[in-house]
Ligand binder design. Structure first.
Ligand code: CMC
Length: 434
């Protein structure tokens, strides 16, 4: 996707060359020097480990301004979506680029419910996992396994089955997620119910048991909707970039998303929500005050981080964290829960935000700092937190995969490197080696 507005050129002098490169300007005035031809013209590449300074693509899915704390899906502020939308509607918006009309929304919702069951053979895969299996391990394996059930739909470039594949993945992920939890606690699987909406159906599959009716709590459904909306996309983060990278090889959607799930699992990314609650538990067990823990983090000797704090892009505040903190407070009040973990989290936040270590480094609570406390209030066990993040992030991953695969200018992702290893040396026979 190239050819956007070019306002000026950047000049690079290197090795006797004096060359100009176009500066691409986005619709929100972000500017990027297009160095696609740099190596061809000069033999030089750019070096930017961890992509601190590299835009890997042009995209129209999500706008994020880390300095101003802005997050918008397809132009719509996250605050509005959180207040007015549902997760399914937001998913449609992200994937198809516009808010759906009533018939479009109904049709999409129907597709997701119709495709919520998984093949019975696949249900039996769960039997092979140990009871201790982390649900993220099951989730990623099951998602890539889905590709084995639809062999006719594996050509990523063929759009004939694209929409149905998207609906299957969106429809089945909650079922797989809930089954991985049921496996973990040794309960029978609860099959999806088509009369329930997306979030209610997920809660039902998670918490219903065959022995008694499950009473749906509308407050919990709404809280889950909000959390999934807030997690639904975050432009070129680690897992989304992974999905795009894997998909750039024309890998099918299931396999590309499975790779994204693996990336999300890491504690520096989506796995942080589990880490936050484990950190809070650990502080409680060790009887530390917020100040004592913050001192240990600052000391750096223990290699501790204040999990749920800091962000590569947000340097002022994370708008998602702001909404989640408020929602967390309201939810606990509505459910009549007093969670001492919330008190501790609030104290940690307050202590950190007054401390020059955090102020100087611009470290603020991120999306993961309070989300775990909401999940706990909903009865979700800690190991499932990152799975819920994955459920939320799915439409964003799909939207980016679709944008990439439908762009005729997309090439396979293939970074360069600067080699720092031995220069040419020769094979030494085993008996002559020292
Ligand atoms: N606690 C203590 N110090 C921190 C933290 C933290 N949470 N985050 C960053 N720092 C320090 C870091 O030690 C470094 O200090 P110094 O300049 O003295 O070396 C400085 O701040 C810059 O950190 P960085 O690791 O270079 O920053 P980054 O942009 O590479 O990393 C991050 C961003 C989110 C990985 C990092 O802030 C972190 O590890 N946070 C904790 C994990 C977490 O909450 N992750 C969820 C991110 S939001 C949801 C998502 O996207 O998945």
């Amino acid at each position: 996707m190239r050819g956007e507005a070019v306002a000026e050129n950047a000049r690079i002098h290197i090795g006797g060359h004096d060359l100009e490169f176009p500066v691409v300007v986005g619709t929100e005035n972000e500017r990027g020097i297009d160095i696609t031809n740099l190596r061809a013209k000069t033999g030089v590449v750019t070096l930017d480990p961890a992509f601190m300074n590299t835009a890997s693509t042009v995209s129209s899915v999500t706008h994020l301004d880390g300095e101003k704390g802005i997050l918008r899906y397809r132009g719509i502020p996250i605050e509005e979506l959180g207040e007015k939308s549902t997760f399914v509607e937001t998913a449609y918006l992200l994937i198809y680029g516009k808010l759906p009309t009533r018939p479009e929304l109904d049709g999409f919702q129907r597709l997701l419910t119709r495709h919520s069951m998984i093949h019975e053979d696949m249900r039996r895969f769960f039997d092979g996992y140990p009871i201790t299996a982390h649900p993220m391990a099951i989730l990623s394996a099951m998602v890539t396994s889905l590709s084995s059930f639809y062999p006719y739909a594996l050509n990523a470039k063929d759009d004939q089955y694209r929409d149905i594949t998207i609906a299957r993945l969106m429809g089945k992920l909650p079922t797989i997620a809930a089954f991985s939890y049921k496996k973990n606690i040794g309960h029978p699987f609860i099959y999806p119910r088509n009369d329930l909406d997306y979030c209610a159906n997920f809660l039902h599959m998670m918490f219903a048991v065959p022995a008694e009716p499950y009473k749906m709590n509308e407050v919990a459904v709404r809280a889950l909707n909000l959390l999934l909306i807030l997690h639904a996309d975050h432009e070129q983060n680690c897992s989304t970039s992974t999905v795009r990278m894997v998909g750039s090889a024309h890998t099918n959607l299931f396999a590309s998303i499975s790779a994204g799930i693996c990336a999300l699992w890491g504690p520096l990314h989506g796995g942080a929500n589990q880490e936050v609650v484990e950190m809070l538990e650990d502080i409680g067990e060790r009887g530390l005050t917020a100040k004592q823990f913050i001192d240990q983090v600052k000391d750096k000797k223990a290699g501790l981080r204040l999990m749920g704090f800091g962000h590569r892009v947000y340097k002022n505040f994370d708008p998602r964290a702001k909404i989640i903190k408020k929602a967390c407070d309201e939810l606990l009040q509505k459910l009549g829960i007093h969670d001492p973990m919330l008190d501790l989290a609030l104290e940690l936040e307050e202590t950190a935000l007054r401390d020059s270590y955090f102020v100087e480094r611009k470290l603020y609570p991120n999306v993961d700092f309070y989300s775990g406390i909401i999940y706990r209030a909903l009865g979700v066990p800690t190991q499932m937190f990152t799975v819920l993040f994955a459920l939320g992030r799915l439409p964003g991953w799909i939207a980016h995969w679709k944008e990439m695969i439908e762009d005729p200018t997309t090439k396979i992702g293939r970074p360069r490197q600067i080699y720092m290893g031995p220069t040419q040396t020769h094979y030494v026979p085993l008996e002559q080696r020292q």
